[in-house]
Design a protein around this ligand. Structure first.
Ligand SMILES: C[S@@+](CC[C@H](N)C(=O)[O-])C[C@H]1O[C@@H](n2cnc3c(N)ncnc32)[C@H](O)[C@@H]1O
Length: 217
């Protein structure tokens, strides 16, 4: 469902010191845009930043970039981040608006990324739209250009067919599946699982959360 327009989102983002207005200009230079040199993680399709804000607050020793294609949604993400950081601008988050399908225009091999989160991306159920999926092998090939050697991708979805297809995309693109579960909340996964907005939404409806970790080899 499309989010209602937020007239305040663009004005607030334009004043936000951690919102990158022209991500193409940052290509190859993302690491230099953070105050501290530390590992870089990306969330693709970060939505309202529910997961990103908590993750960044719990991991101040990691730099994060949240990307979404909607300014209205990023405006809400900015407010959620400010809330999580109690009104202080975080030093370890950058937000930017871009269509991840074209991520090769904003990242290159100098932007060494250690981890990518893809949580509840659009399942694009029609076969002719599959190439728009953020886990499609066409996308995975692009991510490999800036994902560190041995870097990992965390992928979660509620959608069975996107999940089984994505497993194949990862394997055929040379990723090793290190962990996989079809019901994360009833699994033995031991890491602290921070919930995203859609993870809360779907699990409250009793839909099992599918989750995998794939490593670039
Ligand atoms: C279903 S929401 C999931 C949000 C969040 N990851 C979560 O788990 O709650 C999908 C988000 O991805 C964004 N999105 C979809 N396709 C995208 C693309 N090609 N590039 C960037 N963002 C995209 C949408 O605007 C939306 O905010």
């Amino acid at each position: 469902m499309r989010m209602r327009r937020k007239p305040w989102a663009r004005p607030e983002l334009s004043k936000c010191e951690y919102y990158i207005k022209n991500p193409c200009d940052a290509k190859g230079k993302w690491l230099n845009l953070f105050e501290k040199a530390q590992p870089l993680h990306l969330e693709l399709g970060c939505g309202k930043g529910v997961f990103l804000s908590r993750l960044a607050r719990c991991n101040l020793d990691v730099n994060f970039i949240g990307i979404d294609m909607s300014d209205d949604i990023l405006g809400v993400a900015r407010r959620n981040i400010e809330k999580e950081f109690e009104g202080i601008s975080p030093k370890n988050i950058l937000l930017t608006r871009y269509n991840v399908e074209y991520c090769d225009k904003i990242f290159d091999s100098n932007d060494i990324v250690d981890r990518i989160y893809i949580y509840f991306c659009n399942p694009w159920p029609r076969p002719r739209h599959h190439k728009k999926r953020l886990t499609h092998f066409r996308q995975l090939d692009k991510y490999k250009n800036f994902l560190n050697k041995n870097g990992i991708i965390h992928f979660k979805t509620d959608d069975d067919s996107l999940f089984s297809d994505s497993k194949k995309y990862f394997e055929s693109s040379g990723f090793k599946i290190e962990y996989i579960t079809h019901d994360l909340h009833n699994s033995e996964y031991e890491e602290n699982n921070l919930l995203s907005e859609h993870e809360i939404l779907f699990s409250n409806q009793g839909i099992p959360i599918k989750f995998l970790i794939a490593r670039a080899v």
